[in-house]
Design a protein around this ligand. Sequence first.
Ligand SMILES: [Ca+2]
Ligand SMILES: [Ca+2]
Length: 113
Amino acid sequence: MATRIVVILVICILRFRLNSRLAVFNTWEKFQIVIPFVDAWIGLDDLETEGTFKWADGSVLDDNLKSRIFYPGEPNAVYPEEDCACQRCWSNYNKLCDGPCYLAKNYLCEKVI
Ligand SMILES: [Ca+2]
Ligand SMILES: [Ca+2]
């Protein structure tokens, strides 16, 4: 599981050089940045503990924000490998879904300064 995140991070590093990671949008205000993007991974996953989503900076997603940024009914772990959070992962879903981390999608990265 962790290998998949490493692969994703390597792609981000190649795109933005050193000190980048999948982007953290850990407030409702920051999440507004994500909304226009389609089919894109962000820095949020439950790879470490199923059901506990953590941001790429190591902080845990709080329940209040979770209910606002995930599409209703998501995250649902329909498949065992749905461990990464994707913006507009499926057609008309306009918020986050959990999806299989190995799927090829866009990546939203940020450079850590
Ligand atoms: Ca999961
Ligand atoms: Ca899902």
